[in-house]
Structure formats: structure tokens, C-alpha cells
Design a binder for this molecule. Sequence first.
Ligand SMILES: [Zn+2]
Length: 416
Amino acid sequence: MILAYGLSEVNQFKGMMIEDEAYQHLQRLAVDIGSRTIGSPGNLAAAQYIQSSFESHQLSVEQQEFLCPDWAELETSLELSGELMEASANTFSPSCELAAATVPVGTLAELEQASISGRIPVFYGSLAQSEIAAKGAIYVSERDRRIVQLLEERHPSGLITVNPTLHGRWRLVEDFDLDLPSVTVSARSGLELLKRPGESVHMKIITRRLASKSANVIARLAGDSPEKIVLCAHYDTKVDTPGAYDNAAGVAALLTLVSCLAGPGHPPYRHTLEWVAFSGEEIYGLGDMEYARRTGNGFDRIVAAINFDGIGPLVASNSIATFAASIPFTEMVARLASGYPGVAQVNPWPASDHYIFYSNKAPSIAMSSVGIRDIYHTPEDTIDWISPARLGEAVSLALDIVRALDEKDLAWCRPT
Ligand SMILES: [Zn+2]
């Protein structure tokens, strides 16, 4: 059948198959399954789907389990003198029903001095620019560590965080070790609370918080050497988001790369190939920590890791960056990427699953995208933003890189 086509048509045909397969995985994860927060039924269903997909290519699969809660918000209300504020329970918040006076706090210096015992601090300004890292998380700044320490030592009744965006629905605390009821309010409700500091609010939160577990799902294809090339993407999401761009699209690329590299009649590889679907990237980096614990000094045998997180939106350019690599490695990646003029070569950016590799000295590549900035972690992160052609572009570039790296020795990839 294929013999009837010319070479360029064959490449086009292969491209179509890559796009179709990637889009099918994307639909399964972001539409049929939807939100995949660690420990939730959606998270477990996604792990099962990924495992089956790996097994359909006769790969050996390992699940690296870790414990975490299954949490869901059932009801949240926050009233200021009978007026209802726009509030969402922060992820993992315990249930509560209480009334207490508010104390607006904008900076860490103010928090150090504020008397918050038995009251409800309202974090705004510099204390509410982004999520406050849980103390058990993989990357925790000294500042976030101190904030959590003060909250634990001073026993406030609850916590209110003010959303720093007008339309986003970020939850600024997600810490299942912190036994403090908390909500994030809209910027507009934050304004009302700050106009009337010290007034009492009534906070009611009903959540489900059950013991559960989650797992990284890992497939391997043994090569001639135990030195390995790792391909990875996280499949978990924040709550309330179908996580199409962050990061069903990355997982779709990961699973499509299994078909491309381990499908029928694949060539023998020098290096072992490992596909890692991480869970818990969005919460503490739990899966990354579990992977690191089990890998131990095995990072010394990783030729390179390629991470996919946030690829594929139509109103964006796919992007690529390299970390902890030799100059020839970085130049080779840049040369291969230049074959894809739609891909932006960007400066290294720290967060996501590539961190665990480059921080352990394994050369790493991050594939993502630059475009509309605030879709991720929101209910708006839906499949209609994603372009099959951009998914295909990311997969094709990754294939070029894996094939080129398979010819390289580990020492060539690492800086001297
Ligand atoms: Zn992500």
C-alpha cells in the first residue's frame, strides 16, 4: 500500500499517523478521564490507561507507588457580615465551620509581627503571588518554609489567600501536612476583605479527604547497554482542570513515542529506553521524589532525559531548552531543533520533571511552549486549545533527538 506513495508522501503519512495517535491519547486523558489530581479516581484511571498502553507494545512496566490523600471540595462558603465572598477551598484543606476576625498580611515581615492566633490571616500582595510550597515539597524556598512554620506555630483559626489574577482560579495553598482550614478568594472579594480589616468572617468548608495512593508508571526497552535515555511527562493535574495542555498533551507525546520507537520491527538500540509517566508533579513533586529515591546513584547512567510539559497549544510555539549538557550536546539539539522553524529555542527554565534529572547531573531537555500564559491549572485548559500538528511537531523533534543520542556515548553528553 505504502509503495504506491513517493517518499515525501510517506513522511507525510507517518506524520499523520503520529498526529492521530497523539490526539487519541490526548482525548482519552483530557476528555474521557478529565481531572487527574493525585490519589483521585481520575488519577488512578489515567495510570491504568498508561500502563495498558505501554503493555500493548510488550514493554515491561513498573509502578512506583506512593501514599497521598484523595481530596475533593464538596462545599465552601465565606461570609463577611452576611455578604457572600467568592471563595474556593484550598487543595487538601480540612473541613471546618468557624467564625473569626481577619488580619490582612501582605509581606513576610508583616506576618512575623502579626498576631494571628485565633484569627484568620488574609494573605495578599507579596504573600499571595503564587502557590505557597508545602513543607514536604521537592522545591521549597526559605521564605515558603518560614511562612508555613509561622502558620503552624501561631495557631490561626483559618487562612484566606487572595487570588493574584482577575480571572484565574488558583488555589494558593496545597499542603496535606498542614492542618489548617483555608480558602482562596477572588481578587474582588479580597478587595472587600481588605476594606474592612478585623471584621469577623464565617468560614464553612466541607471536603472529602480519604487515604489513597498514586504511582509513577514506567516502561523500559533494554538496549545493548544499561545506560539509558529517559523520556518523561507528568500525567497528574491540579484540581478542577482537565489538564489538556498541562499535561495530557505531554503524556500523549510520551505514549506516541512508544509506538514510534518500540513498535513492530523497531531497530536494536544501543541505549536502554525508559518512558516515565510521573504522577505528583503538581503536588510537592511527590512522584519525582519517589523516582529519585528508587534511582539512587542510577542518575550516573542516564545519557539524557527529555521532558514534555505544556506542549501543543495552537496559539503558542512549542519550545525547547537544554540543561546540564556538554556544548556538543547543546549544539546538536539546537541544530536538530532548527529543522523545525516553528519551535522556539528558549532559555532553561527550572520547574517540572526535568529538574530531578539535571539536579542529579543528567543532561536534560525540556519541551514546552510559549504562548497564552494563564490557561494552565484552570478549567479552561481544555482540548480545544491543542493542535494535533503541534503535538506531531514535538514528537517528531523528540524522535530526531532520541535517534541522534542513541549514537552518542554518555561521556560525550556531559560537560567536562
Ligand atoms: Zn505541568
